[in-house]
Design a protein around this ligand. Structure first.
Ligand code: UDP
Length: 195
């Protein structure tokens, strides 16, 4: 089975390595790619919020199992997924890929001091990637405007750390506009990465 349906959310049944290979392929081909790394909280939220569920069902290209609870649920329904594929692991791997390939990266989310610390870390440890945007997640404009600002920078990778469902709402706009980038919501990853 290539998809595993858990309470209406269709997870991709792949190993970490398979996701990596497919993402590299899509980056190489400049395909618009929206990735959600979902945990039980996201699945429950989607079941309570039809708009959020619609985004997960219609706008995403990949949904990975971010938590052991999702792996356990897949075993219970006898469609076992092989392993956890977390947002943080994908994020740190993609940042290394971006550094190696000098990709254009847009980061949005977390508190001003956190995004500042992330920027400094990138300057020190990922100096080959092109940081085309780094802004905190406490903007007051509507998401359409923010999406336009991101699009103008022509990023290859977009990471949104706004918490769900806001990060997915923003990335869904970019995906509907077919921005040729790989986009992923990364929750609290900037806070961890900056520390
Ligand atoms: N965040 C943000 N803007 C907001 C709300 C949250 O940038 O309006 C950031 C927050 O600072 C944190 C990240 O979103 O860095 C993830 O928050 P949380 O841990 O609540 O989300 P989860 O990881 O559970 O999705």
């Amino acid at each position: 089975m290539s998809k595993v349906n858990i309470l209406g959310v269709n997870f991709d049944n792949k190993t970490f390595k398979q996701f990596q290979n497919e993402f590299i392929n899509r980056i190489n081909n400049h395909l618009s790619t929206f990735v959600v790394t979902a945990n039980p909280e996201i699945v429950m939220a989607a079941n309570e919020n039809p708009e959020f569920m619609k985004i997960l069902q219609r706008d995403t290209d990949y949904i990975t199992p971010d938590a052991i609870g999702i792996i356990k649920a897949s075993r219970m329904i006898k469609e076992p997924m092989p392993e956890r594929v977390t947002g943080y692991d994908l994020f740190t791997w993609l940042m290394r890929v971006a550094d190696e390939r000098e990709l254009r990266v847009y980061l949005i989310g977390a508190k001003p001091a956190v995004i500042h610390a992330v920027q400094e870390k990138i300057g020190r440890e990922y100096s080959n990637l092109k940081l085309v945007g780094a802004e905190d997640g406490y903007f007051t404009e509507d998401l359409e405007l923010v999406a336009r600002r991101i699009q103008r920078t022509q990023p290859d990778l977009v990471f949104a750390a706004l918490g769900f469902p806001k990060q997915e709402q923003l990335l869904a706009i970019l995906r509907r506009n077919a921005l040729p980038a790989l986009m992923m919501g990364v929750g609290g990853s900037f806070d961890v990465f900056s520390g």
